[in-house]
Design a protein around this ligand. Structure first.
Ligand SMILES: Cc1cc2nc3c(=O)[nH]c(=O)nc-3n(C[C@H](O)[C@H](O)[C@H](O)COP(=O)(O)OP(=O)(O)OC[C@H]3O[C@@H](n4cnc5c(N)ncnc54)[C@H](O)[C@@H]3O)c2cc1C
Ligand code: FES
Length: 285
């Protein structure tokens, strides 16, 4: 897919709204649309600081939102911006989640993954889909987008926290396993419509969570689409920084949303990623 020159070059957008979601997480609303679809990402640029990729938290054709953790030089500097300030954005880049009208879909969100999952939820319910949304976090104070998701029609919300301070105590993937086991696609109950089998699963969050989603959905024979993040520089397929072993596909073009039948062929998936100069970094270390 050709990416237009206009999408490759940054344009400045003004912040029109700031929401402090948690101590370290902020959502900015910008005064324009980049025409992004759920799952796509943008490059966010602060001149003289850095440019980093961020998922689109929402784009309604008039305004664009991002939700970010202040974790390092760029994102801490970004967190110092406020209403009226200008930020450079370019994109949208990459693949997006795909569904058919009326499907029963499970969304699995960890960390800031709740933001793009909210974007997916808003769009899919408009297409008659029914959703099970599983939001996970370390503790209650780190949960994101819970109120927004609860306010949507046709959404059943499931919350998991590691410390048990809200919802189920444990991983969001434990809930996924239970949901897929309770109504297997080929069971008699599903055929007699006593339960509604899950058509597919979408996930966005830490890679070890994605790996578990990949394993669970493969074991249950349910298709899934997973958002895989790799270090990005150009964002449009030129630099090769975001390629994955051994397929050599670029996560800014053939990702970030990757179907599980491709994910299972990516040997580094759930094991390692590469930094800005291509050095391997193992997950969980
Ligand atoms: C497709 C994609 C979508 C993302 N969506 C979001 C989001 O919605 N919200 C959010 O808070 N974060 C998101 N991130 C992560 C975000 O890009 C990093 O948190 C950010 O780059 C940190 O930059 P820093 O300078 O503040 O921190 P640093 O201290 O420089 O980096 C902290 C960590 O961020 C990662 N990182 C740094 N620069 C890049 C880069 N250019 N490309 C990829 N990873 C990088 C590295 O793993 C690094 O160890 C996304 C990353 C990708 C690849
Ligand atoms: S970020 Fe340059 S090829 Fe993907």
């Amino acid at each position: 897919m050709a990416i237009s020159l206009q999408s490759r070059l940054p344009r400045t957008y003004r912040i029109v709204e700031v929401k402090q979601e948690t101590e370290m997480v902020r959502t900015y609303t910008f005064d324009g649309s980049l025409g992004a679809k759920p799952g796509q990402c943008l490059m966010v640029w602060l001149p003289g600081v850095d440019e980093v990729p961020m998922s689109v938290a929402y784009d309604d054709g008039a305004r664009t939102k991002i939700t970010f953790f202040a974790v390092g030089d760029m994102t801490n500097e970004l967190a110092r911006r406020g209403v009226g300030d200008l930020v450079g954005l370019r994109g949208p880049f990459g693949t997006f989640y795909e569904w058919s009208p009326g499907q029963h879909i499970v969304l699995v969100a960890g960390g800031y993954g709740a933001a793009p999952m909210y974007f997916v939820a808003k769009e899919t319910v408009q297409h008659g889909c029914t959703l099970e949304v599983i939001v996970g976090a370390r503790g209650k104070e780190h949960l994101l987008y819970v109120e927004e998701l609860e306010s949507l029609p046709h959404v059943s919300l499931h919350v998991a926290t590691n410390d048990g301070s809200a919802g189920y105590k444990g991983f969001n993937t434990d809930i996924l396993e239970k949901l897929l086991s309770s109504c297997p696609r080929d069971s008699k109950n599903a055929k007699s419509k006593q339960c509604s089998p899950i058509d597919q699963v979408f996930a966005c969050g830490p890679e070890l969570m994605l790996k578990r989603v990949s394993e669970i959905t493969a074991a249950h024979g349910v298709p899934s689409q997973l958002s895989m993040e790799r270090y990005m520089k150009c964002g449009y397929g030129l630099c090769g920084n975001c390629v994955v072993d051994p397929l050599g596909i670029r996560m800014c073009i053939e990702g970030p949303v990757v179907k599980n039948d491709v994910c299972v062929k990516i040997e580094e998936f759930g094991k390692y990623h590469r930094d800005d100069v291509g050095r391997k970094k193992e997950f969980g270390k």
